[in-house]
Structures are given as C-alpha cells and as structure tokens.
Design a protein around this ligand. Structure first.
Ligand SMILES: Nc1nc2c(ncn2[C@@H]2O[C@H](COP(=O)(O)OP(=O)(O)O)[C@@H](O)[C@H]2O)c(=O)[nH]1
Ligand SMILES: [Mg+2]
Length: 442
C-alpha cells in the first residue's frame, strides 16, 4: 500500500527535508517496523527530489552519503524556471533540459517496481513558482496517464497574498486547475495562515498590529511537516498482524476526507501540548493522569478551532464535507474519554455540510507522537475538506482575471507554449470548484 514521495522545486524539497527529518528520527520506539511504507527493500527512502536548479537538492546529497536517499533519485537541471508555470510545464526545448520530466518518470517507474505494493504518489510542491507548479503539474498528468490505478495526493503550498511575484496568480491559477483535473486530493497550506499559526504556537506577536509576526521559513516548514507526520505516521490500527505498517494512512485519508470527486481541497491544523507535570507531586491519585488527559484534549481542540477561518471575507460561513481527527499520545485512552466533547467542538466549528452523514467525522488514535517522541505529549491533527479553500480559489481567479484582461505578462506564457485555451479552461475549472464549495450548506 506504499507510496512514492516526490519533491519538486524549492518549496517541495525544503518541506520534504523537514518531513524526512521527522520520519527518520532515531531512538524512537517501534520506528523500525514503521519505516516500511517509506523505504524500498534495500532501506533507502522511496523519495525522489527534483529541481530545475541544483542548490536545494545538493543540500540533500549530504543525506545520500549517510545512506538515506538514492543517488539516482536526486534529479537536477541547470537553470531555474523563472517563477513561470509555462516554463516549468513545457520545459526547455533543448535535449539536455527536456530530460527533467523523463528522468523523473524513469526514477518513479523504478521506485514503483521496487515496492511490492504501490498505491500512489505523494507530491510536495508550491503553487506559485515555476518548477514545483509547472513541472509538478506536468508530472501529475504523466503519472496519471501512466499509472491510472495509483492515487495522487499533493502537499501544496499557496503563496503569501501580499504578493511575492507578479506571476504568482497566473501560476497558482494554472497549477490549481491541473491539480483539480489530475489528482485525488490536495493538502493545501496557505503561507499566510501557516505563518500566523506558527507564530501563535511559538508565542510570537506582530511588531505592529497590521504587520505579520517574524517567523523563519524553517519554523513554518517544521509546522507543515509536523501536520503531515500527525496524519501519516503509521498508526497501529492500520498495521498487519506481524506489527509491520503497510502505509494505508494517505489512502484511508482520501477515502474519508474526499468523498465527493469534485471537492478535493483539504485544510490541516494541529496543536500539541506537553504534559509538564510528569510524575510530580501534583498527581494525587491513579485517576488523575486520566482526568488531566481529557482536559488536554479539550484545550487542544479549542486551539485548533481557534485558528480555523470560520467565514469568508464576505461573511458567509465555511462548511465542510468531512473531518478527520488524529490524536496521538502515550495516553491514547484519554482521548477515548474526551472523544465526544472534542468531536462536538469540531462539528460545531467545521460546520458539517451533511449532518446526516454518519461518516463525515472520523477519528484515528495512536500511542506514539512522532513529533515529540520521548515527551509526555498530546498531539491533535485535524484534516478537513473545508470551504476556506474555495475562498483561495476565488481570490486567485479574481486576481488572475484582472491581469489577464489587461494582457499583463501574458507574453511570458505564450513564449513557453501556453495557449489561451489553457487559461480559459483554468478559469472555468476553478470557478466551478469554488461554486461547488459555496453551495455546501444550502
Ligand atoms: N512554506 C514555504 N514556502 C516556500 C518555501 N520555499 C518557497 N516557498 C514559497 O513557494 C513559492 C515560490 O516557489 P518555489 O518553490 O521557490 O519555486 P520553484 O523552485 O520554481 O518551484 C513562494 O510562494 C514561496 O513563498 C519553503 O521552504 N516553505
Ligand atoms: Mg526554484
């Protein structure tokens, strides 16, 4: 049931680095058996790292020396893609650079052959650059064509709204529409929201009220990677009788969180608390740790819910089709005690669109918190198919449309092989998805 992990472009590789650091932590109980879904039989990670420029992937080479990445799976080109989706998608027309797509597909084919049971691909990338967005889109299409049975789930980073590059709205538009057409689920992280959440968890405040707090990219990536580990680190519930994980988590997630084929955008949020009291004098009876455990889960649920965008800028409430809560703690049983009250809180905040559906709220639990192993900690990760994604799609369409109408920067896209039809289809696709989400709850 295992996956091939594909990192494309700067953002995809940088987030990948944090993710693999968590996954390959040493001295974690039962980590050996849990590694199966992430490695091929020779012990190397089932990861492929691709970028059009060498800088970021070169850094990973250090880890190749220590034996984690396969050398042939680090694939680099000679020059970047100029933050242009069209350049990333169509590539250079020289023999050398066209290779990037073919080399990646070849590595992927080999990686699939190495696995005894391939279930799908996880792609990490950003929406607004050239390589992760453009080449990432092209790869999704090629993977789907070649292996129509395997699923594709993406970890997709949306840019800061304040604007990093004038082409970001076109790139996001084209990439989002490719994802909608070729993949099964999109774990969407919006950099502004990730920054705010990371700052809140680190206790940082903005220097002036309308400014963003200062948070490093690496702290933001750690948050993204821990959300992913909260979801995908193997759970006992999905392991075989022999105790080996088969890596069902991403595919089970798709089953429970993407029930409608037209709505596949997922929102993630996480909170973690360490139990500071340990076995100190505060503990007066055997039942006290259990009682405290339930208090923790309630406060973690409140923290997650607090960071959730409840309504659109226009004041319309966001609805969700499905919500998955993953609770990890050495005191796994305390979650069962607080389950009802946590779920009630989530139901209310995430605004279930189909309250009649008994499967719209699922829960997974496990006793290992890989994000803080060794500490007495509780980790709650919530993944929801939630209307806030529709708002991002609407913003992207509005901004791209305003530029498109004035022909701004379009020659950069025609130059690398894009056509008007690509834009028209992208506008239509995103508007239709946004409509579907905004009709939830009607
Ligand atoms: N969260 C996060 N965002 C990143 C990172 N690196 C780049 N980005 C975002 O990704 C976008 C630029 O894409 P990038 O991945 O650098 O381009 P590419 O190399 O052409 O795919 C911008 O929106 C950046 O804010 C990162 O390490 N973490
Ligand atoms: Mg780049």
């Amino acid at each position: 049931m295992s996956a091939v992990w594909l990192h494309v472009g700067q953002c995809g590789n940088q987030i990948g680095e944090e993710w693999w650091q968590i996954l390959t932590r040493e001295n974690v109980p039962h980590a050996e058996a849990d590694r199966y879904p992430f490695c091929s039989p020779d012990g190397k990670l089932s990861a492929i790292c691709v970028d059009s420029e060498p800088k970021v992937v070169r850094k990973l080479q250090k880890q190749v020396k220590s034996g984690s990445f396969r050398k042939n799976n680090l694939i680099v080109g000679k020059r970047g893609r100029g933050n242009n989706w069209a350049y990333g998608y169509h590539g250079l027309h020289s023999a050398n650079e066209k290779n990037l797509l073919e080399r990646t597909m070849e590595s992927l084919r080999k990686e699939v052959e190495r696995r005894d049971c391939y279930c799908g691909t996880m792609l990490f990338h950003s929406l607004s650059g050239g390589t992760g967005a453009g080449l990432g889109s092209r790869l999704c299409e090629a993977i789907r064509d070649e292996n129509s049975l395997g699923q594709i789930l993406t970890v997709t980073v949306a840019p800061h709204q304040a604007g990093e590059s004038p082409l970001q709205h076109y790139n996001s538009l084209l990439c989002l529409s490719w994802l909608q057409r070729h993949v099964d689920g999109v774990l969407l992280f919006q950099n502004d929201a990730v920054l705010r959440r990371t700052a809140a968890l680190l206790g940082k405040k903005a220097p002036v009220s309308d400014m963003q707090p200062q948070v490093s990219l690496s702290a933001m990536n750690t948050y993204v990677a821990s959300c992913l580990a909260g979801l995908f680190y193997p759970l006992k519930a999905f392991t075989t009788g022999s105790g080996i994980s088969v890596g069902m988590e991403p595919w089970e997630l798709l089953r429970s969180a993407c029930p409608m084929p037209t709505m596949r955008f997922l929102h993630l949020a996480q909170a973690c608390k360490r139990q500071e009291w340990g076995l100190s004098h505060h503990v007066k009876s055997d039942s006290e740790p259990l009682r405290w455990g339930t208090v923790f889960w309630d406060s973690l649920a409140s923290s997650v819910v607090h960071s959730l965008p409840r309504e659109s800028h226009a004041g319309q409430p966001h609805y969700s089709t499905s919500v998955l809560a993953v609770a990890r703690s050495y005191q796994e049983d305390t979650f069962l005690l607080s389950r009802d009250s946590v779920l009630r809180k989530l139901k209310q905040a995430y605004h279930e669109a189909y309250p009649w559906n008994p499967f719209s709220l699922s829960c997974w639990t496990d006793s290992l918190n890989i994000v803080e192993p060794g500490c007495h900690s509780h980790l709650l990760t919530i993944c929801a198919n939630h209307g806030s994604s529709a708002e991002l799609l609407q913003q992207v369409v509005a901004r791209a449309e305003a530029m498109y109408e004035t022909n701004a920067y379009l020659h950069w896209y025609w130059r690398y092989g894009c056509e008007e039809a690509d834009f028209q289809q992208a506008f239509e696709t995103l508007c239709s998805v946004a409509d579907d989400y905004s009709r939830l709850g009607e």
